[in-house]
Design a protein around this ligand. Structure first.
Ligand SMILES: *Cc1c(COP(=O)(O)O)cnc(C)c1O
Length: 384
């Protein structure tokens, strides 16, 4: 077997480079475009990129707020020394409420039962808890009906243990350029604006008004209000405009790569991996990567993805993944004349290879699922 350069002793062959410099640029782009505060959603381990590193960089790049989905995620950030305001996007169990108050998380709330529990826990802790009134204008997930906004806002504003830090909604179809989705988003924004105006007309300060997810940052100026909450956009994936082009020039953060840890010759007619789904049409060289579905490489990419072999000092060569992807390993057909060597790096997505959004399209899913799916076993290597 021919040998390339020795592997980096700092990590295993399979690794995810996280370009924090791209995050800074993406945040700058959003700030420049919208001119309002940015809340960086870092739920789900920052969409798989690493919550603490992303949160710190986002704040350093000028994000005003962070958002998490669970109390535990908030605890990780506070434990890491983060003092910035953190919105709690999802509803916790009653048993978790004392903890969220202790951590000063700012829940999205839109019903009396939850508000009463928050109020009770805040009073017990001798605190005044900041909450964001969540209005459901068409997402059908959490929050009050627009017609219930004024009375809940008043209830929060009058409470000695709560403050109304913000008023929010969430858009269901803002990333779609389709005519009916544009009409639906327009209606959501009208309902939301009217509810916010009604709160103000009742003499109540709605706090920070926020609605815009990625699609609305890209396409709906009227959704920006006081703060925007783009998630996937900050990680480098922009929705497509009407012509199918990315709506904003953001840069993907994540680059998944591995290395050829074994190379062997296969004879014409021999097969690769479980179920023998791939047969060598001629004598060839097969490379093995220590990367499998347990690392987050979907098994549905078996015989259905092209990796980029990066021979040291040579131009990268695209070669197909062949045979079923296993739990911990997968194989690539290098071709009989390959100059690839053991330990050569192999780009899977991002960097020199197509980004996670392209892989997502191949899998008939969204980039969120691809980056969130890269498992905890894959070391994240941060590039400043
Ligand atoms: C996840 C989330 C966002 C960010 O959504 P993207 O589509 O990634 O921009 C914004 N707001 C809420 C309430 C969310 O749950």
């Amino acid at each position: 077997m021919r040998r390339g350069p020795a592997p980096d002793p700092a990590s295993r062959a399979t690794r995810a480079l996280i370009h924090l410099d791209h995050l800074k640029e993406n945040i700058a782009l959003v700030k420049e475009k919208t001119g309002v505060r940015v809340c960086a959603p870092v739920k789900a381990n920052a969409y798989g990129h690493g919550a603490l590193a992303v949160a710190k960089t986002a704040l350093a790049a000028g994000a005003a707020y962070l958002a998490v989905a669970t109390v535990e995620e908030g605890e990780e950030l506070r434990g890491g020394g983060i003092t910035a305001p953190i919105i709690l996007l999802s509803i916790p169990l009653p048993e978790e409420i004392d903890r969220l108050i202790a951590l000063d998380l700012e829940p999205l709330a839109g019903d009396e039962e939850y508000l009463a529990a928050l109020e009770g826990a805040a009073a017990k802790a001798g605190k005044r808890a900041a909450v964001h009134l969540k209005i459901d204008t068409g997402m059908g997930r959490i929050g009050c009906r627009p017609g219930g906004a004024v009375s809940l806002a008043a209830r929060i504003a009058k409470s000695p243990s709560l403050t109304l830090a913000g008023t929010a909604t969430h858009l269901a179809a803002s990333d779609s350029p389709a005519v009916e989705d544009r009409a639906f988003t327009g209606r959501q924004l009208e309902l939301f604006s009217a509810a916010v105006e009604a709160v103000k007309a009742a003499g109540i300060d709605p706090g920070l008004v926020h609605a815009a997810n990625t699609g609305a940052v890209a396409f709906y100026r009227e959704a920006w209000f006081d703060m925007v909450r783009p998630g996937i956009l900050l990680y480098g994936y922009a929705p497509a405009d009407g012509e199918g082009k990315p709506a904003m020039a953001v840069k993907p953060l994540m680059e998944l790569s591995s290395a050829l840890v074994f190379i062997k010759e296969l004879k014409k007619g021999e097969t690769v991996s479980y179920g023998r789904t791939w047969t060598a049409a001629e004598d060839t060289l097969i490379g093995t990567l220590p990367l499998g579905y347990a690392d987050g490489l979907s098994r549905r990419l078996s015989n259905n993805w092209t990796a980029l072999i990066e021979p040291a000092g040579d131009a990268p060569v695209p070669r197909p993944l062949v045979g079923r992807i296993c739990m911990d390993q997968c194989m690539v057909d290098l071709g009989r004349d390959s100059r690839a060597r053991r330990w050569d790096r192999v780009a899977i997505f991002g960097g020199p290879a197509p980004h996670a959004g392209v892989m997502a399209a191949r899998l008939n899913t969204i980039p969120y699922e691809v980056t969130c799916g890269i498992s905890g076993r894959v070391p994240r290597i941060y590039m400043e």
